[in-house]
Design a protein around this ligand. Structure first.
Ligand code: PMP
Length: 359
């Protein structure tokens, strides 16, 4: 029995190697994972006590529309609750967008290289991914505009881009949005939004107010430190939210996840602390890379794509043996680069120490 043609040969997504697997494989007691852009400071201490409050409701399905979380988040973002949709991670919203807007014969435009789930969501629907090369590691919005055809339904913009960490500015994005034809939905994936400190960064939610063609994706998996719970969200025109709700699984975000996210939103000082620590971590790592004269893309998220000047898979393996999990750029289309999540000070030190041995 053959699967449908559009998914034949689709690579199985391989996320960063799990800590336990590396401990077992290499007989190491201490392993650090800097491979999946998780928050090295965990989540807010307010999350754990909040979970106890719902222990009497573990046997009851969660509310799919997540009304309490929706209200809280709408207030936090200063937007309307009916503009928000939640997913089992923003991964699921990417999939919902594909389900709702793509079909056989349609196209979606994305950067080459960017977050691979856009291509997967496109191919699952039998649609065609159209890839536009990055220019100096940054989305080439003019070329992406040029790639739009009558069949295009979606343009994916990952901002900051994973894996390069680069951003498109407010001016570039708003100029782009002005020119996008009406039959195209623009997805701006801002999974790393809360880490960005660049003043050029677009206030994308304000752009939404006058443009019903955008959906902005964000997540509780990164700076909020709730990756294990799987909760992400999209903010868009209520019409777009209505279409996505048609294809959403009914109980897609667990009760625990909703409760955890509510508690996490109550701890703004924790987020500011993590953002600040991340900035210091970027400085700690990039100063050393500068000293070694190694190229890296200007990081705006919590990860750095750096040129090791060696085959990335070899560097990845050598670091694994020293108990440090990073992401090899080989699978991401950067054969001599590795992508390293910014850890805490000690983890960064250990990474730099281990990496130095390979130079
Ligand atoms: N978008 C981007 C750009 C990402 O890097 C990630 C996580 N790797 C996601 C979406 C998915 O995040 P989640 O499903 O955990 O919300």
């Amino acid at each position: 029995m053959e699967p449908k043609a559009s998914i034949r040969g689709l690579p199985v997504y391989k996320p960063g190697k799990p800590l336990e697997e590396v401990r077992r494989e290499f007989g190491l007691s201490e392993v650090i994972k800097l491979a999946s852009n998780e928050n090295p400071f965990g989540c807010s201490p307010k999350v754990w006590p909040a979970l106890g409050k719902i222990k009497e409701q573990f046997h009851i399905y969660p509310e799919g529309l997540a009304p309490d979380l929706r209200e809280k988040l709408a207030h936090h973002l200063e937007t309307d609750p009916e503009r928000i949709i939640f997913g089992n991670g923003s991964d699921e919203i990417i999939q919902m967008i594909g389900r709702a807007y793509l079909e056989l014969g349609s196209e979606s435009v994305m950067a080459d290289l960017t977050f691979p789930r856009y291509e997967t969501a496109t191919r699952i629907e039998g649609a065609k991914p159209v890839k536009v090369p990055l220019k100096d590691g940054v989305h080439d919005l003019q070329a992406m505009l040029g790639a739009i055809t009558d069949q295009t339904r979606i343009v994916w913009i990952c901002n900051p881009n994973n894996p390069t960490g680069t951003i498109v500015s407010y001016e570039e994005l708003s100029r782009f949005l002005d020119q996008v034809p009406d039959h195209v939905l623009v997805v701006v994936d801002e999974a790393y939004y809360e880490y960005v400190t660049d003043s050029e960064y677009p206030n994308t939610l304000s752009l939404l107010d006058y443009n019903p063609q955008i959906i902005v994706l964000r997540t509780f998996s990164k700076i909020y430190g709730l990756a294990a719970f799987r909760v992400g969200y999209g903010v868009a025109h209520p019409d777009v939210v209505r279409e996505l709700n048609r294809v959403r699984e009914p109980f897609n975000v667990s009760r625990l996840a909703q409760q955890a996210a509510i508690a996490a939103l109550d701890d703004e000082p924790f987020i500011l602390y993590c953002r600040n620590q991340n900035r210091l971590g970027i400085k700690q790592i990039t100063e050393q890379l500068d000293e070694w004269n190694l190229h890296y893309y200007p990081p705006s998220g919590n990860f750095i794509l750096l040129d090791t000047t060696m085959p990335a898979d070899d560097v990845y393996q050598e670091l694994l043996q020293q108990g440090i999990i990073v992401r090899s750029g080989a699978a991401l289309g950067f054969p001599s680069y590795i992508r390293v999540t910014v850890g805490n000070e000690e983890q960064n030190k250990r990474f730099l120490y281990a990496f130095r041995k390979l130079l």
